[in-house]
Design a protein around this ligand. Structure first.
Ligand code: ADP
Ligand code: MG
Length: 316
């Protein structure tokens, strides 16, 4: 039997019960709009939004609403981290399948609320609809910039070092559902070092690094094949796909690690004594010659050709 019908107001009331507070949020759920406090010292406000669709970004019947809720908030927090900002308020708009609207709403909240609490984000509003279509979740998160941020994609310079915060590849084996937003890492890094460019790895290191290169005026980069930190999942997936693990580390999406670009001497300092709890690897160098290249362990250099999200042809 389907759940007893619970109206939109009851769903919102339950969500409100789970929402925590934040000094930056004067008024959260319950009025026509939320009221946010202007950040101290005129710090810029950073805003990001992501819409996730059942059947495209997740499969509700397979993953369940708790995992979906977690992921929808986590990917937004990852974008806030990618600006080196501190998250403040989250807004969650949902189109719920009518059949199970209340239990899906509950499940989404069970995934989101602990994550919001862990990163001190206040669930400050949203919109709730039920319909005969699939689940759609749209999350918006605001954040406060931390000086000298926000850090954009556009500040890379030739000679800079390219670093990543963790092992890459194979997230499809399950990690993609529970990404750890690198908020803490980003805030540690911006405190410690002048960051030239920053991005979170949602499409894969190769594609996302190209975003930095493009936004930084058409630069290039060489990635060192043996310096790319390989996640065990990249090796596991390689056994299934028949492709080299490095392909997975470079091209798989949804790692949600950070990729940062810093001056070479800054990279040396960071690698010699990384901020507490931050794992860093130097994977390559920014160059003035446009294009993305791979340096093999035998020093042979070959172009990396991006062939869409799930295939990267870098092999001979
Ligand atoms: P209105 O009709 O004025 O748009 P709603 O009834 O849609 O107001 O929303 C009432 C309050 O509940 C608002 O503060 C809104 O931000 C909040 N809200 C609605 N849905 C959600 C949700 N899914 N998550 C968090 N807050 C929500
Ligand atoms: Mg409304």
């Amino acid at each position: 039997m389907p759940n007893a019908p619970i109206g939109e107001f009851e769903i919102i009331r339950r969500i409100q019960e789970r929402a925590s507070s934040h000094p930056g949020v004067i008024l959260g759920i319950g009025d026509d709009a939320a009221i946010l406090r202007p950040p101290a010292d005129d710090a810029p406000i950073v805003v990001t939004t992501d819409m996730l669709l059942d059947g495209r970004h997740f499969t509700l019947s397979e993953h369940g609403p708790e995992a979906v809720g977690y992921k929808c908030l986590a990917v937004n927090l990852s974008d806030i981290a990618a600006m080196a900002a501190r998250p403040v308020a989250a807004f969650v708009s949902v189109a719920l399948p009518r059949q199970d609207a209340p239990s899906i709403a509950e499940g989404l909240m069970s995934g989101m609320a602990p994550l919001a609490d862990r990163f001190g984000v206040c669930l400050a509003g949203g919109d709730t609809n039920a319909w005969d279509g699939p689940l759609v979740v749209c999350v918006t998160v605001t954040g406060e910039a931390v000086p000298p941020g926000p850090i954009r994609r556009s500040g890379a310079r030739p000679g800079d070092a390219v670093l990543v915060t963790g092992p890459l590849g194979g997230s499809l084996l399950g990690r993609h559902l529970r990404p750890e937003p690198r908020i803490t890492e980003a805030l540690e890094l911006i405190k410690r070092a002048p960051l030239h460019a920053l991005i979170d790895l949602s499409d894969g290191l190769a594609s996302d690094l190209v975003h930095i290169l493009d936004r930084s005026g058409g630069l290039g980069a060489t990635i060192d094949a043996d310096a790319v930190p390989m996640h065990p999942d990249a090796r596991a997936l390689a056994l299934r796909s028949g492709r080299p693990p490095l392909d997975h580390a470079l091209a798989d999406g949804e790692d949600f690690e950070l990729c940062l670009v810093v001056a070479p001497e800054v990279a040396e300092g960071l690698l010699a004594s990384p901020p507490a709890g931050v794992s860093l690897s130097r994977v390559g160098t920014i160059e003035s010659e446009p294009g993305l290249r791979l340096r093999r362990p035998d020093s042979r250099i070959e172009p990396i050709r991006l062939k869409g999200f799930d295939h990267l042809a870098s092999e001979e």
